[in-house]
Each structure stands twice: as C-alpha cells, then as structure tokens.
Design a protein around this ligand. Structure first.
Ligand SMILES: [Zn+2]
Length: 548
C-alpha cells in the first residue's frame, strides 16, 4: 500500500522517506503537482522558481509523534500583468499558510481543548503523542470563530457565577431552540440592555423576579413581554418555605416527639430526654480524632468568649462595648442574646460513606445484640463492604453513647428529631404524586406536628398548582389568602410578587416558561469544574458556545 494513502496525505504529494528517531516518526514528502495556481490572479503556473522544506507537526501515527518534512515549491506567475511575480504553492486546506501544524492536528487539539480544558488537555495530548502546552491549546480554542447570534424571539436570561462565585456573568438562552446563544461578562442592567437592543426581534423575555434584568429588558427590549421565570418563582417560594420551617423547627420536633412518645413508648425502651434520635439515613460516624482535635479548642474558645460576654454584661456594658472588647460583631452578640443560651456550632452535615449501604444491616444486627465492631466488620465485608474496619467502629461509637439510630420503617415520626428545614423544602414544593412512600410519611408527620407547616403546605401547593396549570386568574385569590395567613415568610414573598405582578401573571399564563435557563446554568457549572476554576470569561464563553 502506498505510504501516502496510509498517512492520508493529500493528492499531489509523494512520500520519499520515513525514519524513526527518539520515538519521533519523521516523514519526508515532496510536492509533485505539475502546476500551481497563483493566489492573486488564479491562473496556473508551471515554471518553478525554487523549493524549500516546511517542518510541520502532524497527527500521531500509532501513538508515535509525527513530524512532516514537506518540500514545497515557489512558482513564477506567468501572467505578465499580475502584480505577484513569485508565489508559494498552496496546500490548503491541508495546511494553512504559515501554520506550524497540519490543519487536522490543529482541529484535534481544538477539540481536545473544548472537551477537557487547557490543563487537562495538555496531559491528554501528551499521552496521544502530540504534546501541546496548555497555552497553545487555549490559543487554538480562542481562534475558533463563534457564529453570530441569529434571530431570537424568545429570550431566557439569568446570571451565573464564575471564578468560584466571586464574579457573575449573564447567560442568554434561545427559549425556542434551547441553545445557549451568548454569555455576557457581568450581570449589569446596562450590559443586558445593550445586548437586547441589538435584537429588536425579541418579543418575550423570561427572567428572574424583578431586579436588573427586568430593568435591562425595559430599556433594551421595550417591545417585549416580560415574564417571571417559573424556576425563580419556585426558588423564591422554596426559600420562603425554608425560612418558615426553620422558624418552627422546635414545634415540628416537639410535635413529632409527642406522637412518638405516646405511640411508641412500649416498643422503644424508656426514653430519656437527652436521647438523640437519628434516622438510619442520617447516621453519621463519630468524628475522627483529627477533626475532634481541631473542633475542641474552637469550641473551648467560643465557650470562653460566651462566658466573657455574660460577665461583661453583668458589669453593665452594652453590646457595642462588649463586642469591641471580646472581638466579636455586635450582630453576633444580638443573636446570642436572642437565643439566650450558649450557641452550639451547627451540626456536621451527613456525608456519603461506603458504610451507608450496610447501615440498616449493621443496625439490625446491633439490635439483635451483636455489638462487636470487628465481628460486624467481617460480616459486611463478606457482603462487599470495601471501606475500612476503623470506619465501622466510628459508626458504632454514637450507638454506644446517647444516640438512637432508627430504622425509618419502624418509627417514621422519630426521623423528625433531626429535621432540617433545608432538606424538607422539596417535600413542600413538589407534586405530592411524585413523592415516594418514605417522603410522604415524613411530610405527613411534619404537617401533623405543626399547624404553621400545615398551612404553609396548603398555600405552597395551591401556588404550585396555579403555576403548573397556568391559572394566572387565581393569583389574586391566592395573594389574599397568604395575606390572611399570618405566615410572614410567605407574606414577604407576596410583597415581591405585587411589585412585579404583570410579569408574574404573564409567567403564570403564558406557555413559554420553564427551568430551561437553569439547566444551562448547570451545564456551565460542569464546564467550570473542568477548568479548575481558572475560567476567565472569554475562554468560558468560547467553551460554552462551542460545547461538544
Ligand atoms: Zn498571478
């Protein structure tokens, strides 16, 4: 087989030599075409002036780096009137003039760049046999032109953060084609307005509730109908729900505790009030010695500060003066005062562990009386547990102290002992038909335990229904109900709705409304992670607009 075909070189070349030194395959080739076209007058020329060798990197061959030594010629243009007397034969599109690499290698590096980013791309190209430094990869990515934005009639607009949440930009989505059409480097009203004013064809803008994008759209696209984005309405309602639930956490916990105490007292051993109930899902290991070593001095420091505050207050000092002496903000002191007790630092969040899938099993063995950590470790190891034995012991420690881990199936209500408003929000805002049995049990328990929670749930579900079935005409009724309800968190949501009512009604009525933009924002997050947080705006924009 001819070497030219094997290497997929364009016609008009002949391979004259292949040699391998230091792992690099050097391929020499000469141009054999009889004539070449003058780039200026396009007429064919046959008189050769001279020849020279171009050195180019090419795609790797069977994992080996490839260097192409291409002998190309200069021709005389034979058209007397042509201004170009001598020219180099063109080999485009295989090789662009002046390029140090073949076009196909250029494209491959570009593609790797878009898929992996600069730093990782450098490692990938090295493995593939075309080592390319990350600066070059990024330069290649930036060199790819972006298609101009075409007509857009329905625009979705939202912000996103980059540089680890320190800077914000704007993402623009065509709501009909579901494509990201542009990114803007900030989230200012002026920038958004300027972009929109270049698109007089926009007739609908979907944006978050109120704020800069609303102002930007009024200025840049006054012809467009504005709608409050459904995602943000859900999000704002969710925030109100979280605040409400956090406020009545004690009510929920106590309510559930009484239910538990009445119904389950016979089943569960005698309860002491200091017993902590934790559902098996939220079973956390005891902190390791290292974390504990860090935590204890901090705790001690806080405790000491607290004692100092109490003492100073006893001497009659005001918050401002105490704050200055102790090194805290007056705000913190007010919070402490409100709580009226030593502020415990927030609970550690549950992190996923290899132990989790075996938690239920270990718990039931424990309850059967097998309380030997090493034995339990051996048993679950046989079932496929790949974690360390130490971890098993750490999980058992809370059981040996004053914590009761509860299998949800046994005592569903008890799970509210570690009730978290943040985790419960989704139970409130989602369609109840989509909740699984466990979630429904929890939801029912919360609503049984607290009247505030119950009212909140009804109102939020009415709102969800209205949003889902596009019943904008019911909005006024709903607003009135919330105003009557005395749930202040929802009332402040309602105040926001009143301020932006036209867009909210449009959002509740028009069919173009979903979490589309938000999905795209999640895609951005993915890309940013891949960029190791180095995402400077122009590069990020380039990657998003050229995402594979
Ligand atoms: Zn010419």
């Amino acid at each position: 087989m001819e070497a030219r075909l094997l290497l997929s070189l364009p016609e008009g070349f002949e391979v004259t030599n292949i040699e391998r030194t230091d792992g690099i395959l050097t391929i020499s080739a000469v141009s054999t075409q009889k004539s070449a076209c003058c780039p200026l007058c396009s007429s064919a020329a046959t008189r050769v002036h001279s020849s020279y060798t171009r050195t180019l990197a090419d795609l790797p061959c069977a994992g080996q780096q490839v260097l192409l030594l291409l002998q190309v010629r200069k021709f005389f243009c034979q058209v007397v009137t042509c201004a170009r007397k001598i020219f180099v034969e063109r080999i485009a599109p295989f090789i662009e003039p002046w390029a140090p690499v073949t076009a196909r290698l250029h494209q491959m590096v570009q593609m790797i760049g878009f898929a992996t980013g600069g730093m990782l791309g450098a490692r990938v190209t090295e493995r593939l046999g075309t080592p390319t430094c990350w600066m070059t990869i990024i330069r290649r990515m930036m060199a790819l032109p972006t298609a101009p934005v075409e007509q857009v009639s329905e625009l979705g607009i939202d912000d996103f953060s980059f540089r680890r949440g320190r800077k914000f930009g704007t993402i623009l989505v065509d709501m009909q084609s579901h494509q990201v059409i542009d990114l803007l480097p900030d989230r200012k009203k002026e920038t958004a307005a300027a972009w929109m004013s270049l698109h007089p064809e926009i007739d609908l803008v979907s944006r978050d509730r109120g704020g800069d994008y609303a102002a930007g759209a009024r200025e840049g696209a006054p012809q467009a109908t504005q709608i409050a984005d459904r995602f943000h309405m859900y999000k704002n309602v969710g925030e109100a729900v979280e605040l409400t639930l956090a406020r009545c956490r004690a009510e929920i916990r106590n309510g559930a505790f009484h239910t538990l105490a009445e119904e389950e007292r016979k089943v569960v051993e005698p309860l002491s009030l200091s017993t902590e109930f934790v559902s098996v899902e939220n079973w956390k290991p005891a902190p390791d010695a290292c974390t504990e070593r860090e935590r204890l001095p901090r705790h001690a420091e806080r405790h000491d500060r607290y004692a100092q505050v109490i003492a100073l207050r006893g001497q009659g000092f005001g918050n401002t003066e105490i704050a200055r002496r102790v090194g805290l903000t007056a705000r913190t002191l007010q919070n402490w005062q409100k709580k009226g007790s030593f502020p415990e630092v927030g609970r550690r969040r549950k992190r996923a562990s290899r132990f989790d899938p075996y938690a239920s099993y270990v718990l039931s063995r424990w309850e059967q009386g097998c309380q030997n950590g090493s034995q339990l470790y051996r048993e679950i190891k046989e079932q496929g547990y790949t974690g360390q034995e130490r971890q098993v012991h750490r999980f058992l420690l809370p059981l040996r102290k004053n914590v009761r881990i509860i299998q949800k199936a046994q005592v569903p209500h008890a799970s509210l002992q570690d009730f978290s408003a943040k985790d419960a929000v989704w139970l409130f805002v989602r369609d109840p038909a989509t909740l699984d049995e466990k979630a429904q049990v929890t939801l029912t328990a919360i609503c049984q335990a607290s009247e505030t929670a119950r009212t909140t749930y009804q109102l939020v579900q009415e709102f969800r229904h209205m949003l889902h079935h596009r019943e904008g005409e019911k909005l006024d009724d709903w607003l009135a109900k919330v105003t009557m309800s005395h749930i202040r968190e929802l009332q402040s949501f309602v105040l926001g709705v009143e301020r932006d009512k036209a867009a909210v009604v449009a959002g509740l009525t028009l069919p173009q409304n979903n979490g589309l933009v938000e999905g795209k924002v999640n895609k951005l997050k993915l890309i940013k992670r891949m960029m190791y947080g180095r995402a400077e705006f122009p590069l990020l924009r380039q990657r998003v607009l050229h995402a594979l």
